[in-house]
Design a binder for this molecule. Structure first.
Ligand SMILES: C/C(NCc1cnc(C)nc1N)=C(/S)[C@H](O)COP(=O)(O)OP(=O)(O)O
Ligand SMILES: [Mg+2]
Length: 562
């Protein structure tokens, strides 16, 4: 049969490693979906809506490296864009593919369904250009190979989302066959003279410091630089701390690991060893208003070197086209041991957090809840921490060797965790995916549990029901922070309908939680949701302190007109 644009796109998606793609069908994308389904190595995962579809794709990208979401024009893409903004914020290469009007309609007097009812068919592309690193429209079949390869390559190189718009009459059009996939996936490397000079300057700065410390940031994983970072940590034998949105990127059993560096919300005295240090070697760091506690946490520019995927910043220097992993690896060759922060950390290192078991008959406390969730985390577990007090509870979890942690602190979109964890579990069926999600967040996207039932994904969901938006209460309270309670356990079981194996359980006491966890761990045929009692005021002290800091930062008066 004739090779088409749809075949080209399907083949390229498969060649870059995609096995499952996430979809919501619509009449603008049905023929395209056929071509993706025809491909022997692609199979679709349907989602309830396009926001969840985009979030599922970003979760797939967290586990698998890259992902694709396919939606219909305008009514589909506009909600998918919310998840794509998240993929951009979180440095995840999600390929958003959207159906679009028949090319014959573009310059006509026709008014089309799903649009805002005008002759403007550009608004979707205009938005896409702001939320992706490449946005292309396949308006002529002859251009499709070039445009598709360009978009996919930018996603891979920049670890950011891209957008491909496919008119409804385009997938069926004849198209040339693709060339070698190396044209799309060949990695970039540093400019050699810049790499040498950047590492010389950095080595010199480190030699002049007395107590350097290393700080891993959220872009470390996107840059694929974890190994190089550890090589440098070994060469220096310095303490290693991580930003909250980089938790889990460095093994918490690594001998130099010194905790999450987040000011008053730090773990394991990371803030104290950070204060002791006189020089920060950062990698992929992002000090936004939340992770800097309202701009109060973080090194000064004079005592800080940092690197992004293809860029290095040193006091007084900026090096372009120097790749993070090559920079860190090469720097490791040029530094000598400087372990003052490890010597000091040995003195101040606190004992690991572990709560004494509560009376099993008593109402659950936050500490008892966290003690039992800690017990579920093994080396094969990925713990998802949803926006909410779960951020602070998640930070304090100890990750055994091999355990992974997923969080969305830059975008911070409540409701991200359930659909994202769907995508993650599809990509990593052999891992145990566990979600900590609050009642408020869950209400945005909880229906995506249905796909976990359909695909028999044994995800464990700890639904922390503190009756409302506790983070918001701690930042600034008002009637709007109270929400209608649901029967979350029944909601979970409602997705079984005639054939599901999901379980919805309630746990109000420590004993009930113990039993529910045993049932959840035994349920291999589908997801298990455990609705956990948590008193509204029983939140982490870190949230209380952080909340007031953020509240004050948000409330800053406008600068006087200068
Ligand atoms: C409403 C909002 N943030 C504002 C917000 C509103 N809309 C979107 C999409 N994202 C957001 N972060 C937040 S953090 C709630 O406290 C979350 O409540 P919940 O899931 O129940 O967690 P906690 O009770 O632990 O806070
Ligand atoms: Mg809540």
């Amino acid at each position: 049969t004739q090779f088409t644009v749809g075949d080209y796109l399907a083949e390229r998606l498969s060649q870059i490693g995609i096995i499952n793609h996430f979809v919501v069908p619509g009449d603008y994308n049905l023929k395209l979906l056929d071509y993706l389904e025809y491909h022997p190595k692609l199979s679709e995962i349907g989602c309830c809506n396009e926001l969840n579809c985009a979030f599922a794709a970003e979760g797939y990208a967290r586990a698998h490296g890259i992902a694709a979401a396919v939606v219909t024009y305008s009514v589909g893409a506009l909600t998918a864009f919310d998840g794509i903004g998240g993929a951009y914020a979180e440095n995840l290469p999600v390929i958003l593919i959207s159906g679009a009007p028949n090319t014959n309609d573009l310059n006509s007097s026709h008014i089309l369904h799903h649009t805002i009812g005008t002759h403007n068919f550009d608004y979707q592309m205009d938005i896409a250009k702001n939320l992706t690193v490449a946005a292309v429209a396949l308006r002529r079949a002859a251009e499709a190979p070039r445009l598709i390869d360009h978009a996919l390559r930018q996603a891979i190189l920049q670890h950011k989302p891209v957008y491909i718009e496919v008119p409804t009459n385009m997938a069926t059009q004849p198209c040339a066959k693709p060339g070698p996939i190396s044209a799309v996936i060949e990695p970039e490397t540093s400019d050699k003279p810049s790499l040498e000079q950047a590492t010389d300057v950095a080595a010199d700065l480190i030699a002049k410091s007395e107590k350097p410390i290393m700080l891993a940031g959220p872009k470390l994983r996107a840059a694929g630089a974890e190994k190089a970072f550890l090589k440098l940590a070994e060469a220096l034998d310095a303490a290693v701390v991580v930003q909250p949105s980089a938790k889990g990127f460095i093994s918490e059993e690594f001998k130099n690991y010194a905790g999450v560096y987040w000011g008053l919300a730090s773990t394991r005295a990371a803030d104290k060893i950070g204060d002791f240090a006189d020089f920060f070697i950062g990698a992929g760091t992002v000090f936004n208003d939340y992770t800097s506690n309202g701009y109060k946490v973080g090194p000064s520019a004079e005592q800080f070197i940092d690197s992004d995927y293809m860029h290095v910043t040193l006091p007084g220097y900026e090096f372009t086209r120097v790749k993070m992993d090559e920079f860190l690896g090469r720097l490791a060759d040029k530094v000598s041991k400087k372990n003052a922060t490890m010597v000091e950390y040995a003195r101040i290192k606190p004992a690991l957090l572990n709560y004494a078991p509560a009376n099993p008959k008593e109402l659950l406390t936050r500490e008892e809840l966290m003690r039992q969730i800690q017990g579920v985390i093994d080396g094969n577990t990925t713990l998802y921490a949803e926006t909410g007090d779960s951020w602070f509870n998640g930070m304090q979890m100890n990750l055994p060797e091999g355990a992974k942690f997923e969080i969305e602190m830059q975008w911070g979109h409540i409701g991200w965790s359930v659909p994202s964890a769907l995508g993650y579990a599809v990509a990593a069926p052999n891992r145990r995916t566990v979600i900590m999600v609050g009642d408020g967040s869950f209400q945005l996207t909880g229906q995506e549990l249905a796909q976990m039932v359909l695909h028999k994904l044994p995800v464990i969901i700890f639904l922390i029901n503190n009756r409302g938006y506790t983070i918001e209460i701690q930042i600034h309270d008002g009637p709007y922070n109270r929400i209608k309670n649901w029967d979350y356990a029944a909601f979970m079981e409602s997705f079984n309908a005639e054939d599901g194996k999901a379980k919805g359980l309630k746990a109000n006491t420590g004993e009930e939680l113990e039993q529910a966890i045993q049932i959840a761990l035994a349920n291999k045929e589908g997801p298990t949701l455990i609705e956990c009692y948590n008193h509204t005021d029983d939140c982490t002290k870190e949230l209380v302190e952080w909340g007031s800091t953020v509240g004050a930062t948000n409330a800053r008066a406008p600068a006087p007109d200068n």
